[in-house]
Design a binder for this molecule. Structure first.
Ligand SMILES: *[C@@H]1O[C@H](CO)[C@@H](O)[C@H](O)[C@H]1NC(C)=O
Ligand SMILES: *[C@@H]1O[C@H](CO)[C@@H](O)[C@H](O)[C@H]1NC(C)=O
Length: 248
């Protein structure tokens, strides 16, 4: 028990592959329920069902990188503010699940306009960083950290019989996805590269309707994992499937 506790408290893992701390700002959006944080620009739907919960943030345009940053995990700590909870000593860890949009008619007030680095946290995450949420916007320091997820990489079938797409989520390790390929059970072992549509939604070919599917996912750090027979032939649109494979 004591050994387990030590393991859980040990910061060694995250520090090992984390980058340095950088400056940004943060505020919050939505209320304590997180309802407004659902259905974001990464394509993740219900964040509770998909395992992200309220540990999420919308990234400013510069950090969002056109959606390539979706799924990445960040440690964020309050800094340089008398409103920092526990003197800024307690960071939160979030997954990027949404875009904080630019508004070019408000060039100075909008913190999400490029080149600003800004996080719109769910309100529960923001409340863990500050002593009083009325402070609004706080300076923060942030760094990328490995994502810790439960179970395998998950795939949700989206679209209709003319347009088939696959949402890739619950990605551990780097968390970002750089490339996805799919192999249909009747396609004789041929991998087809998928193109990214938006967020973490990847286009597939309508011929995959009625086929069992295997996936090859390349993470943002270049690591690739092949996940065979993830989706059975009789899949339906809207269904999610969990692979045995994972990155961490
Ligand atoms: C916090 O203060 C330090 C020292 O004045 C400064 O270098 C740093 O940029 C500040 N960070 C933020 C996020 O404002
Ligand atoms: C941008 O800001 C202007 C001025 O406040 C506002 O009228 C407009 O609705 C905003 N646009 C978007 C896309 O939010």
């Amino acid at each position: 028990m004591a050994a387990l506790l030590l393991l859980l408290l040990s910061p060694v893992w995250s520090v090992a592959s984390a980058g340095g701390w950088e400056d940004a700002h943060a505020t919050f959006y939505g209320d304590e329920t997180g309802a407004e944080t659902m259905q974001g620009a990464c394509g993740y739907g219900n964040l509770f069902q998909q395992g992200y919960g309220l540990s999420t943030a919308a990234l400013s345009v510069a950090l969002f990188n056109g959606g390539w940053s979706c799924g990445g995990c960040y440690e964020i700590r309050c800094t340089n503010s008398s409103y920092c909870a526990r003197g800024g000593s307690a960071p939160v860890t979030i997954t990027a699940t949404n875009l904080c949009p630019a508004n070019y008619s408000k060039p100075n007030e909008n913190w999400c306009n490029p080149p600003r680095r800004h996080f719109d946290l769910s309100k529960p995450m923001f409340l863990r960083l500050v002593t009083d949420f009325h402070v609004g916007i706080i300076p923060v320091r942030y760094r990328r950290v490995p994502c810790v997820k439960t179970g395998g990489v998950r795939f949700q079938m989206m679209g209709n019989k003319w347009w088939v797409a696959v949402l890739v989520f619950n990605v551990a390790g780097d968390g970002e996805v750089r490339a996805v390929a799919v192999k249909g059970g009747r396609d004789g072992g041929t991998w087809m590269d998928m193109t990214r549509n938006w967020g973490q939604v990847w286009n597939a070919h309508p011929r995959l309707v009625g086929q069992g599917l295997s996936f090859r996912v390349v993470a943002g750090d270049g690591r690739a994992v092949v996940m065979d027979h993830v989706v059975p032939p009789r899949w339906a649109f809207g269904q999610s499937f969990q692979a045995k494979g994972q990155f961490a």
